[in-house]
Unconditional design. Structure first.
Length: 215
């Protein structure tokens, strides 16, 4: 029997994950059956179950892949001195994340943001997925902390704010932007980039003079 190449195995795994992501985005996690995934992937049950035991493992793999790519991009930025400008960095990473899944279309609309929100909704009832999300969140947060330290060391960001506070805020901005797209439709990443750029231009608050404003 001919040996199956690693490239073939990787391509088959990709085929299954893409089919599952499309099914989840189209119908939701609970309304999707493994039979739906088999049909979308155009594969037999044996071919799919060779890679994944069921829906829980599929959604965990999809989420882990996305967060891993985001983490790697921010860790690469953290190794640069100085790191790229904050607004450009966020827009670049988010833009690449969305572009990598631009084929995930439901009713003519990009469905990746919808898939992200559905994954979040599974956290209370899926311990495995919750663990994957927590690990991914912590790794992205740590990478962002190192980026902020790089900004601070080069004088590009004030040093009296804890790096972890900035890291949490940046993650909140990105996840909030994705949630807006899931709720209200597609929006270019340039909007987030420009908004961050404007906020970065706000001068630090100056101490207010003491005494009555009337003199």
């Amino acid at each position: 029997m001919a040996r199956v190449s690693q490239a073939h195995l990787d391509a088959r795994r990709r085929q299954i994950l893409d089919a599952a992501a499309l099914c989840f985005a189209r119908n939701g996690f609970h309304a999707t059956s493994m039979q739906d995934v088999l049909k979308e992937a155009d594969l037999s049950a044996g071919a799919v179950y060779r890679y994944f035991s069921g829906k829980d493992e599929l959604i965990a793999a999809i989420v882990s892949e996305v967060l891993g790519g985001v983490r790697d991009a921010f860790e690469e930025a953290a190794r640069q001195s100085p790191p790229p400008p904050l607004d450009l960095l966020v827009a670049s990473v988010l833009g690449r994340t969305l572009a990598a899944r631009e084929s995930l279309i439901v009713d003519g609309v990009p469905a990746f943001p919808r898939l992200v929100v559905q994954a979040w909704s599974e956290i209370p009832r899926n311990a495995e997925l919750a663990a994957v999300l927590r690990e991914g969140y912590d790794s992205v947060r740590a990478a962002w902390g190192r980026i902020v330290e790089g900004y601070q060391q080069t004088g590009r960001m004030r040093t009296d704010i804890a790096p972890d506070h900035v890291a949490r805020t940046m993650i909140a901005a990105v996840t909030g932007f994705i949630a807006q797209q899931a709720l209200f439709g597609p929006a270019p990443v340039d909007i987030l980039r420009d908004g961050l750029r404007a906020l970065m231009s706000v001068p630090a608050e100056q101490p207010r003079p003491t005494g009555s404003p009337l003199g």
